[in-house]
Design a protein around this ligand. Sequence first.
Ligand code: GTP
Ligand code: MG
Length: 137
Amino acid sequence: TNRTFTMIKPDAVANGHIGSIINDITNAGFKIIALKYTKLTEETAGQFYAVHAERPFYKDLVSFMSSGPIVAAILEKDNAIEDFRKLIGATNPAEAAEGTIRQKYAKSIDANAIHGSDSDENAEIEGNFFFKADERF
Ligand code: GTP
Ligand code: MG
């Protein structure tokens, strides 16, 4: 487990936090393997979050994630999945620990600033969703 996938979500991009968040990520020891500024459509956001299709907030999630540009990245570090989820904090920013990215930059559970993969398998799938082999360094 040495790689994870992240997205800086539309709220954090719109609020001007791209630079600060990338700074927090690299200061925490993560190396950037791939990086892209892009925008999901309703269709591609729906595909990305297909695992949540049965959850009550799915429509809102897809609509929010396609509402503006995002930053996608593949990150490398020992124990990447677990350490990155610790760095970003709880899904609900109101419950996120002091100093975590969501505590600092997110305002609500539906617009929570950043995504982090929850398993090695999903990190691989999510990274492949955005990046070809020649876009990784
Ligand atoms: P991600 O890193 O974005 O995957 O967040 P997570 O792993 O902490 O949470 P999860 O995968 O369970 O949910 C995916 C995303 O759906 C969350 O980041 C939230 O933005 C959104 N979400 C989760 N629970 C709720 C909820 O109860 N209401 C709403 N509106 N959105 C939710
Ligand atoms: Mg998740």
